[in-house]
Each structure stands twice: as structure tokens, then as C-alpha cells.
Ligand binder design. Structure first.
Ligand code: NAD
Length: 473
């Protein structure tokens, strides 16, 4: 753990395993409430000097962290593949995405401008300034184990906040590697603190109830996000919630079916389907359904599952055996209720897969509303294809979910694209585009997919308080 600028070890440790092989790859300090309190106290003490340091100084530290992360990209990607399982190429992309937040917010740190507002009174002046909120508590998931950290740490530090972060228990080694970088980049003692643990609940409780914490930022499941938001409510702490998704991927009959099938297969199986923006329901207009399913399936059957360190592998393992069970259960339920299986449909066994958590990339068509996969976030390598007839029907079906994170639309008709962009109740919409994400763009969900945005100017605003000065002159 990294507390008040020093690496701290506890006697009790927990094991980190490679999800592709089941091998132990490290032992990590198993922190508890007492270390969380030490870290919060350190962040609280550091706040007065960090929040008043010049934005130029804070920017330089973040820029150095960016340079170090880029220098260490191959090492970080290798670690991520061994700890989280994603193929090495995807891990390299994630490290770049993670580093982008450090650079973008190092630039943005210098642009926290205030405002002057004309008053109705000639003898009055209004001045608005934006100032850092204070100590931030952050909780991050395992599926994007480096970028989900920098997406919080970079804007918090740029704004002048200090932070205590608890990473997911499956991926603490990636978090340690990020904090090594922050340390070497010159982040002062107490400004950024890391508490690793195998038991998140007591640390989460401390984050929600400690009066010194002014903001909680969480990325993870909707169920845990709701619980944390409730626990933080008695003190009215600011919260940002990046939660689950159930993305619709809509292919209209005027789309190029090859382009759409290629896009859908790439984004569906990204990170083995373990992405919050992964399409969960692929709606295809009936006229092009057969050609879409055929092209899509042809691409999927070529995907090789295995250890992400093998360059020919594009499907890594799932995070644990419970994830394999959840996916199996959704597929069995769909098949029982009339879905058609085009490929996959089973957990992978045999020598290469014996000690890992693998599920074959799977394509189902004829998926309908009564199936679990139509409602629940899958978080696995299963594509569920649903036919539709009319524009109004598909918009209604797509919006019929309590989630609202990402949606995708494929069409060559400009007015249909604009209308769908406006009508879909999702925070991020890709139009003929499977990657509508960037450090410069606001990322976040509507409805039960979350509160607040990360990245972009909005991402910095999440760590700032608005202060109004009314001056009688
Ligand atoms: P999770 O909610 O189980 O865990 C996320 C984090 O919360 C982990 O660090 C975990 O240790 C911690 N946690 C779990 N229970 C806790 C508790 N009671 N108190 C405090 N902390 C607790 O989610 P997960 O399975 O790790 O991640 C997958 C989920 O994250 C999916 O639903 C996915 O859609 C979502 N996600 C969302 C985004 C986004 O930006 N919207 C990005 C990535 C992942």
C-alpha cells in the first residue's frame, strides 16, 4: 500500500492470480479500516498545500506521470495481461488510454477559469471561482485496471484535490504499478494514497462515513454503486457513479452489413465482453438480418480464446468461475426459450483451458424479451441478436432498460442517425462508430448507469466546488 508517500506492508497478505492459468502472480498487503484512516488523514493534511500549489506545478507532475507511463507501456501491458487476462494488444491500448487522462488533465489543470457576472446593482460585482472539493475517496473495478484509476486520479489531482484509492481485489498489482509512477513523478506525500484489500466492505464504509472525505467516486456494478451512494447520503457527500450498462447496438437496413458486422463483433468481444459499454442487445432490421448474422458469425468463429500473452489470441479469460457460470446460465436460459445458437455456447475445457475461466465466443439469434440476456448485463463473450421491423419499435425496445450508458447506431441515413442520437436515453452514442471514448470526451451514464461524467471538462468539474463572491463596491 502507498500511504503518505511511503510504501507500507501489512502482515496479512492476499494472493493475486492469473485468470488464464490460475497461477499465483503475487502477494499483496491486505489492508483494513485502520490503514484507510491513516491514508485519509494523510490526504487531509496534504490537501492544504496541494490545493494551493500553482496549477502549473500540478500540471508538471501529471505530465511527468504521463511520460513515465508511456515509457513503461510494454511492462504495464504485460502485467495487465497476466493479472487481468486481456490480450496484450488490448492491454497496450488500455495503457495508452490511461496515460491520455494524465496528459489531458495536466493540460486542463491550467484552465480552471472563474467568471465575473454582471450585477443588476451598479455598486455590486459578482465573481465566481472554482475550487477543489477536498479529500476524494475512489473505488475502481478490475476490468480496466489502469485506465479506471487514471480517469479518477488525474482530474482529482489536476483540480487540487487529494485522493485515497481502493482498487479491485483482482487487480491490485496494476494499481501498485500506477502509484509507483505517481511517486516517481513527484506527487508529494499524502496527495495520492493507495489502500489494497481483499475485503472491500469495511474500507467502503470508512469512505462513506469519514467526515474528512468530501467526495466518493466509484466505478463498478450498479448494485454496489447504489449501496455506496446511500451510505454517503447522510453526510451529503458528492458522489460520481460509473456503473453497469446494457448497450443496444442498432443496425438499420440501410447500413453496410459488412461494416456493421465488423464493428459489432469488435466491440462486443472487446475485453471478452467485460466492458461496461459492451453491446448486450444487437438489434438488426429484418431485411438484412441473415446477411448480418452470417458475416458476424464468420468473424466470431475465427476468434481464438486463450492466454492473452499468445499474439494469436483475441479472447482472454473471464475474471473468475462465477463469471463463467453467469454467462452459461444466460445462454442456457436463452436456448431453452427459443434462441438459435450459431457458434460457441459452452465453457471451454481441455488442456489449454483447464486452469483458466474460459467461455467460447458465442452468437445467439432470435433473442427475445423474456430471456435473461435481454435484461441482465452479460459481461461475457455472448452476442445476442434480436430482429426488428420499424424505427419506432427499435427505439422503444432499446430504451426499455433501467441502464443508460452506451448505445450504437449503424445507418447511412443522416436524418435517421440524428433522430436516433436524440431519441436514445444513453449517455454515450456511437454513430457508425464503435469507439466513442477519449480522455477529451465526457463518459458516463443516464438512469441507473450512473451519476456524473469522467474525462473532458465535465470530468474536472466533478472535483470542483463553485464559490460565489458578491462584492459591494
Ligand atoms: P463491483 O461493483 O463488484 O466492484 C467494483 C469495485 O467495488 C471493486 O473495487 C470492489 O472491490 C468494490 N466493492 C465491491 N463491493 C463493495 C462494497 N460493498 N463496498 C465498497 N466497495 C465495494 O464491480 P466489478 O464486477 O468489479 O466491475 C464490473 C462492473 O463495473 C460492471 O457492472 C461494469 O459495467 C461496471 N463498469 C462501469 C464502468 C463505467 O465507466 N460506467 C467502467 C467499468 C466497469
Amino acid at each position: 500500500m502507498y500511504i503518505n508517500g511511503e510504501w507500507v506492508k501489512t502482515q496479512r497478505e492476499f494472493r493475486v492470480t492469473n485468470p488464464a492459468t490460475g497461477e499465483a502472480i503475487g502477494m499483496v498487503s491486505d489492508g483494513d479500516k485502520s490503514q484507510a484512516i491513516l491514508a485519509i488523514n494523510a490526504a487531509h493534511t496534504a490537501f492544504s498545500s496541494w490545493s494551493t500549489a500553482s496549477a502549473y506545478m500540478r500540471a508538471e507532475v501529471l505530465q511527468r506521470a504521463y511520460d513515465l507511463m508511456i515509457e513503461r507501456k510494454p511492462m504495464l501491458a504485460d502485467l495487465m495481461t497476466r493479472e487481468q487476462g486481456k490480450p496484450l494488444k488490448a492491454a497496450l491500448n488500455e495503457v495508452q488510454y490511461a496515460a491520455d487522462f494524465l496528459r489531458w488533465f495536466s493540460e486542463e489543470a491550467k484552465r480552471v477559469y472563474g467568471e465575473t457576472i454582471p450585477s443588476a446593482r451598479a455598486d455590486q460585482r459578482f465573481i465566481v471561482r472554482y475550487q477543489p472539493l477536498g479529500v476524494v475517496a475512489a473505488i475502481t473495478p478490475w476490468n480496466y485496471p489502469i485506465s479506471m484509476i487514471t480517469r479518477k486520479v488525474a482530474p482529482a489531482l489536476a483540480a487540487g484535490c487529494t485522493i485515497v484509492l481502493k482498487p479491485a481485489e483482482a487487480t491490485p498489482l496494476c494499481a501498485i504499478a500506477v502509484f509507483n509512477i505517481l511517486h516517481e513523478a513527484g506527487v508529494p506525500a499524502g496527495v495520492a494514497n493507495l489502500v489494497t484489500t481483499s475485503e472491500p466492505v469495511p474500507i467502503g464504509d470508512e469512505f462513506c462515513t469519514n467526515i474528512k472525505i468530501k467526495k466518493l467516486t466509484f466505478t463498478g456494478s450498479t448494485a454496489v454503486g447504489k449501496k455506496l451512494a446511500q451510505d454517503a447520503a447522510p453526510q451529503l457527500k458528492r458522489v460520481s457513479m460509473e456503473l453497469g450498462g446494457h448497450a443496444p447496438f442498432i443496425v438499420f437496413d440501410d447500413a453496410d452489413p459488412l461494416h456493421a458486422a465488423k464493428g459489432a463483433s469488435l466491440v462486443k468481444f472487446l475485453n471478452t465482453g467485460q466492458a461496461c459499454i459492451s453491446p448486450n442487445r444487437i438489434f438488426v432490421q429484418r431485411a438484412i438480418l441473415d446477411s448480418f448474422v452470417q458475416t458476424f458469425t464468420e468473424r466470431v468463429v475465427k476468434m481464438k480464446a486463450g492466454n492473452g500473452l499468445d499474439p494469436s489470441v483475441s479472447i482472454g479469460p473471464l475474471v473468475n468461475s462465477a463469471a463463467v457460470e453467469k454467462v452459461s446460465c444466460q445462454v442456457e436460459d436463452a436456448l431453452k426459450k427459443g434462441a438459435i445458437l450459431h457458434s460457441g455456447g459452452k465453457a471451454l475445457s481441455g488442456d489449454a483451458y483447464a486452469s483458466g475461466n474460459f467461455y467460447a465466443p458465442t452468437v445467439l439469434s432470435n433473442v427475445s424479451e423474456d430471456m435473461l440476456i435481454y435484461r441482465e448485463e452479460t459481461f461475457g463473450p455472448v452476442a445476442a441478436i434480436i430482429p426488428f421491423d420499424a424505427y419506432d419499435d427499435v427505439i422503444e425496445m432499446a430504451n426499455n432498460t433501467h441502464y443508460g450508458l452506451a448505445a450504437y447506431v449503424y445507418t447511412q441515413n443522416l436524418s435517421r442517425a440524428v433522430r436516433a442520437f436524440e431519441a436514445l436515453n444513453f449517455g454515450i452514442i456511437g454513430i457508425n462508430d464503435i469507439n466513442p471514448t477519449s480522455a477529451a470526451a465526457p463518459f458516463g451514464g443516464m438512469n441507473e448507469s450512473g451519476l456524473g461524467r469522467e474525462g473532458a471538462r465535465e470530468g474536472l468539474g466533478e472535483y470542483l466546488e463553485t464559490k460565489l463572491g458578491g462584492f459591494s463596491v
